[in-house]
Design a protein around this ligand. Structure first.
Ligand code: NAD
Ligand code: TDX
Length: 354
């Protein structure tokens, strides 16, 4: 089997490549990545010289380059991880999100139509469903939940999902889509909550928690996500959407406190800052479809996964120090320099605040 993995130099794509190398060593993997700020070739160092792995640097929006690659390589399966993935960046500059996430996905699917494919898998997100209220813990996102996006990022991902389903219906393209909750694990770019807090804490820098820190995310260890995608590639039904999540809801503030405790850092580093615009309150996936149809269940308990992740950041400081020494400094200043700190407000203080 020949797999084309786009965005494989990023967080989840690289973990997927490692997972597939381990589980299906006979497969040939081609990684297509344009190496944006979020892509790191050093992440792929351990597979780079393997005979059944090939890296191609190009953008999924570059129609010529993509068609050339398909003509030369004739992949059997495409798994599209390539995307602009950070909500805060999408709020600052939506355009590149539309180009990469929507146009890029269309270019890949056009190539699939022209050159033929066994499967095009679109890696999507639970953010396409919008958010759930905090006071309705009984509600979850199912595959039938209407799309209701909040940010330019989630809107661009929803646009790509709709296009993928349209290519299935109109052209019969064998498409599957997965919508996963928040991932954590090794090689996550330091702009995201968990690595940002680990790295700031290690430097005794303020830990910038947006708003009241009460927003809830449903965390899944990255390898469990990779395993779910593998299941969908093998046994998923074309034209179908599969939600992926492990019922592991946590408030942001509790994650940050947990990181402080694990690293022996004082909670006084926590700084409440101006909230993200349009900040989604709660994400929570109902994974019963992928469980009942494909037998997938998450294997890594949060306590184990977060411990492993913190240890990885402690043991791989060269990886993230290279990243944060460059353009990241400007990013950090731009995103956090202007955020005023606010007094921590908890839900018990809510009444008094209003
Ligand atoms: P990431 O930002 O770490 O990696 C994205 C990768 O895509 C990078 O290697 C980057 O260089 C590459 N890329 C960006 N634009 C490209 C282009 N035009 N052409 C080719 N390559 C390009 O992202 P991630 O967190 O690994 O997310 C991967 C996918 O999973 C995304 O589609 C994202 O929407 C989805 N997802 C992420 C999460 C999460 O928690 N991180 C959860 C659910 C779904
Ligand atoms: O400095 C911060 N302070 C803070 O309070 C950062 C970076 C984040 N947060 C909050 C915002 C969110 O409520 O933490 C939560 C998690 O934030 P992110 O790590 O930016 O993730 P999120 O916005 O939830 O989106 C992630 O999960 C879904 C990925 O980035 C997306 O690509 C994926 O689709």
């Amino acid at each position: 089997m020949k797999l084309l993995v786009t965005g494989g130099a990023g967080f989840i794509g690289s973990n997927f490549i490692f997972y597939m190398r381990k589980e299906h060593p006979e497969d040939l993997i081609i990684c297509l990545d344009s190496l944006t700020y979020a892509g790191n070739l050093s992440t792929l160092a351990s597979v780079m010289d393997q005979p059944n792995f090939k890296f191609v640097k190009a953008s999924i929006t570059d129609r010529r380059a993509v068609y050339r690659l398909f003509e030369e390589e004739q992949p059997d399966i495409v798994v599209n991880f390539a995307a602009e993935s950070h909500v805060d960046r999408s709020i600052e500059n939506p355009e590149v999100f539309l180009e990469t996430n929507i146009i890029g996905t269309a270019v890949l699917m056009d190539a699939c139509r022209i050159y033929g494919i066994r499967r095009f898998h679109q890696v999507s997100t639970d953010e396409v469903y919008g958010d759930l209220p905090l006071d309705r813990p009984d509600r979850f996102f199912t595959e039938q939940t209407p799309l209701h996006t909040s940010s330019p990022y989630s809107s661009s991902k929803a646009g790509a999902d709709l296009l993928a389903l349209a290519y299935h219906r109109t052209y019969g393209l064998p498409v599957t889509i997965s919508r996963c909750s928040n991932n954590y694990g090794p090689y996550q770019f330091p702009e995201k909550l968990i690595p940002l807090m680990i790295i700031n804490a290690l430097h005794n820098k303020p830990l910038p928690v947006y708003g009241k820190g009460e927003n809830v995310r449903d965390w899944l260890y990255v390898e469990d996500h990779c395993k779910a995608i593998d299941r969908i590639l093998q046994h998923g039904r074309v034209g179908e959407v599969y939600n992926i999540g492990g019922h592991n809801e946590m408030r942001n503030i509790d994650i940050v406190k947990l990181i402080c405790n694990a690293l022996g850092k004082p909670e006084s580093l926590i700084t409440y800052v101006t909230d993200r615009k349009g900040h989604d309150m709660r994400y929570a996936i109902d994974p019963s479809k992928i469980h009942s149809e494909l037998g997938w269940l998450p294997e890594t308990r949060f306590q184990d996964g977060i411990g492993r992740t913190i240890r990885w950041y402690l043991e791989n400081q060269d990886w993230w120090k290279t990243i944060i020494s460059g353009e990241y400094q400007n990013y950090y200043e731009k995103m956090y320099g202007g955020r005023s700190s606010a007094a921590p407000l908890t839900s018990d203080m809510k009444g008094k605040e209003e």
